[in-house]
Each structure stands twice: as C-alpha cells, then as structure tokens.
Design a protein around this ligand. Sequence first.
Ligand code: WT7
Length: 654
Amino acid sequence: MDENIDVLLSETRSFPPPDAFARDAHINTDAIYRLADKDYEAYWASAAGSLEWMAPWKTVLEWTPPHSKWFVGGKLNVSANCVDRHIRTPNRNKAAIIWEGENGDRRTLTYWDLYREVQQFANVLKGLGVQKGDRVGIYLPLIPECAVAMLACARIGAIHSVVFGGFSPDSLRDRMNDAEAKVLITADGGYRRGQVVPLKRNVDKALVEAPTVKHVVVVQRRQGGFSDLFTEMKPGRDAWYHELMATAKADCPPAAMDAEDVLFILYTSGTTGKPKGIVHTTGGYLTGAATSTKIVFDLKDSDVFWCTADVGWITGHTYLVYGPLANGATCVMYEGAPDWPQRNRFWEICERHGVTILYTAPTAIRAFMKWGDEHPAKHDLSRLRLLGSVGEPINPEAWMWYHEHIGGKRCPIVDTWWQTETGSIVISPLPGLTATKPGSGTKALPGYFAELLDSTAVRIPVGGGLLALTKPWPSMLRTIWNDDARYVQTYFTKWNNRPDIYFPGDGAKRDDDQYFWILGRVDDVLNVAGHRIGTMEVESALVEHHAVAEAAVVGKTHEVKGQAIAAFVTLREGFTQSAALRDELKKFVANKIGALARPDDILFSADLPKTRSGKIMRRLLRDIAEGRALGDTTTLADPGVVSALKSQYEEKEG
Ligand code: WT7
C-alpha cells in the first residue's frame, strides 16, 4: 500500500536565533552534529561522562535489534546525580523546586531540603519492606512529594510507576496489577479547578481488586488535612507520610545501580487497547534526559525553568524532575488548572517567580488564544527568554501567537517532538543555532537519527511519508513491561526488511531545508479521492482563520471520494456560529491548501474531546461523524463533551 502523504500546506516564515541569544548559548555552531554523526557512540559516551558514575561502563552500546543496552557494566544512582552532586557545590541551598498549589499554598525546596527528604523517604520505603526491583505506585497531586517519592525509589533501586492523579480508580487498579506494585504513595486529596480530587478514596476503591499492594502512604496535601474529606486509614495497610517521616532515619546511601536496571515503568494513556507499560532504564535514560534538557533549553545556572506538565506524563518525568535536577536547575511546579481562579494564572506565576524558560503544550496555547490577549498583557513576562512546545503538532497560528504574546517576539521557540517511548526529546531546534519555522520541529538532535521513509523503507528526501528512527539512542524504551512480544510488534515490524528501524507511528513531511513537519498519527491520516492528507494540515488551515480557536478533522466514509472531511471547530471568544461562517471556513480551507481538502461538514463545538494529557481523540470524532455507537470514553478528560457533540451532529444530519 502507498503510505506516502500529500503535502498541502506551505509555511515560509523563518526565525533565526536572535544574535544575543546565539552569542551566549551553550550551542551556537553545528560542530556537535558533525561529531555525533561521525561516531554516535562516542558522542553519547561523552554525554554520559558528564554524569557521576560509581563504576565505569565497559561497552557503550550493545545493539541486537530491536533490543539495546547502553553503558553496559556501568554503575550509577539517579538520585545521587539529581541531588547529592549539587550538595557538594555552592548550589546546595539553591531552590530546586518552587511550588504553587492551586489554592495559593506555596513551598520552596532547596537541593539541601531534597537531600534530606529523599533520604528519609527512602528509609520509609525500606521500612515498608521495599527492596531493589520492587514496584512502587505513585498517585499524587502535583506536589513536591512527587519528586521526593520518585527520587527515593531511585535511591534504593525500586521501580516507580506514576499514575496521573486525574485517572479513575479502575485505571489505577489496572496499572497497579500489571506492575504488581507492593506499595502505593498517594495523598488525601489534591486541587483541580477549585474542587478537591479525592485521591485516597479512589485508592481505596482501586485496591479492592489490587491484591499485590500491601502498604499505602498518604501525604496530607493541606496542613491539618481536608476536614471536608473523610479519609479512612486502613490499619496495617495505610500510614500518613508525615508520621512515617517524623521517625525515619536521616541517612540513606544511594544504591549502586546497573546502567540497565529499570528506573521506572510509565503506562501510556493510549487511545485504544490495554495500556502499555513503557520501561525505561537508568544510565541511558538519565544521559538522554540531562543532555537534552541542557542543550534544547539552553539551561543555565541562573534559569528558572517551568515545564507545565504533570509528573503523570513522560514530559513531567524527564523535564520537570530528572532532566532539570540532574542539571542543578531551579524548577517551577504548579498543581492546578491554567484558568484557576482566573485565566491569567500562568502569567501571574511567570511574573511572580521570574520564569525564564516556559515549556507547555499546544492545547494550552490554543486555550490561551481563545481566552484573549488581555490576560498575558497584564503581566510582566520580560524575564522569559525561551519558549517550548510539546505533545502535538503546533499550528503555525498558535506558534505565532505564542511568539508574539508570550515571547514578546524576542524568545526562540523550541517545538520538541518525542514520545513516552523515546524518553527524551528527539526532534527539536537548538535555540542558539537553528532557524525555526512555525509548525516545524526542524531536525533530529545530535545523536538521534530520524528519517522519512516510504512503506518499503526507501528514504523520501522531500515530501510526505512515515517518520522513522534508524539508530538506537540511550533513552529509548527497552521493552513493554511483561510483554516483550508487543514491544517488537508495535515498534519494529513496520518495515519487514529492516527489523532495526523504530516506527513511532507518526506521519511527517520534509521540506527543502530537510526540516521535519509532523503531520499527526498515521492512523488518523485522511484518504480523500486517493490523496493521503495529514490531519495537521487541514487543522492548521482552519486555525489560521481569525474566528477559529481550535479544530479537529477526521475522515468520514464517502461513496465517491472514499473519505470526505468532517471538521469540528471551536470558535474564539466573541465569535458566533452561523451557516455563513461555515461556508466561509470551507472556502477558506480550499483557498489555503486546495479544493481536495475542503471539509464536507463543519460542526461548531464549545469543546473538543481530549485525553487527559490534552490530545484530541480523533477516534471518537470519527465515531460521531460516521454515526456509530461511541467507543470507550473512559480516558477522556471530560466525557460530557462527546455526548453533547454526538447529539448536535445527529440533529444537524437529521
Ligand atoms: C505523540 C507522543 C512527548 C511527550 C508528550 C507526549 C505527538 C508529541 C509533538 C510535537 C507534533 C507531537 C506525536 C507523538 N507529539 N510532540 N512537537 N509535534 N506531534 O507523549 O503521549 O507518548 O505522545 O505525541 O504524535 O507520537 P506521548
């Protein structure tokens, strides 16, 4: 089957790094690419050398496709690298985590504070019988104890599995059972949009059918606890974090871990099927996390780095905890929603803490655009020097808005493509070197090898096709927990003649400058009259219209064309839906990218169905457009959105 993808949208704006930024950047010449291309094992060995090892490795890479081992024979400890190293420098009392609760609570933990808390909590875990290789579940609101718990596990060689606090008791139960977790760390509650999420109550429900969990440690989220939230402590099983910490010994030496020991399992939310337990190991993962944080974000000692992701996602693991802490950085951590209590909350936080680097998602950026320019305009954002985007393709219009209204036209933007599976950023500009183009992740970072291939693994120099990673990299997943066959099947069988090439599942295009443009998941690609069209291009064309805040397009069976395009559109504040606007938008897309991409249907909607990490669930939109019964909606952030859309669609059709 032909899997090439047509290229419709052309974006010609280009933004070279500002001179002053380039001058002071860690990387401002392309020598690093040449070095890494020439000998990628040597490049990664030198990157790993900036970590602290307890014993040197013997072999940089053992690659027996599709399984890789990095820094074989080396010993290190991740918590020692993220905490103890900085205690021996003048940074010992530097802020490591500046935290804000949604309700206004604030705490700052220095590296010294972390050093004490991590060791004490590691001793608490040991006291509960946790040993090297045991699995520990973490189900917390976004509070500093997330980092403490992760690092404490790493310190004693326990494998953590963080479950996002927004997930249901059933999702938690399935993950704890698959990982066979022994201990679960949770809180009485956490704040989200002014409501208290009853985490401990969810845990009690989940554990009815999760027999491996023997102990639950409960953090009191608010001083004095939630009087409005009855938390029953089950004797013998449950204990309060603060009580256990009060009697825990201060000193816990870091365990010497093998570079290939498992550091964590993280379940991908996935839009279909059973969640996959993505397995990451110690030496390679930390090398990828630390190096990419430093070079992609041009991270300096003086920076205040805010990655807005929750630790329930890989972005939070790599760029809120391990990457920044390995570099001794100051991180901002915020528990709650961007519009609580007001729509300026993010900008207030940036101003209050002097955030210099902001890393967030297109879904958030499009929400900010929809809410209006006046909210960021009220705040002093002049400390910002670099912006980042992750999670989805960023439409050029959203990129331009971010550039102007948040970055004051002076901050480079790094559009970073990667996955839970890749562990660290793979495709991204280097902000002091790469000229950026709105909507493009530009090129693979040094030491990563991305290509565009057709279905027979032939390289496509310019045009649309399948994204592929052709060489192993240190932070790649090693397997799927308990299911290596699924690992091989999912990632390494796309090209029968090349069982060594990793298939991420995304379509992409490459332009004349060899820049990559991610077109979306291959499963979502539209096929209109034989033309394969990436969802991203039609959506970006729609978002370019001044009335549109967000758009999602799907294919709908069509007698003649095979598929017709159905578009779901959210309007910016101040615009109202009408038949005239619907026609105008159809014409607008046709003019912009061609008549074949003209949507047949446009449905206006106040909201789009999204996963809890903010990805649009096109599968559900396809069900609606085809008039089918709705599939599984349990992983949706707001299930109400879909039923509303469905009845609206039926009304329109009827
Ligand atoms: C999928 C991975 C990477 C951490 C957060 C998501 C999409 C991610 C981009 C980007 C276009 C992107 C891809 C990828 N994606 N970043 N900058 N441009 N698409 O991790 O949940 O594992 O999702 O997100 O489709 O395959 P994830």
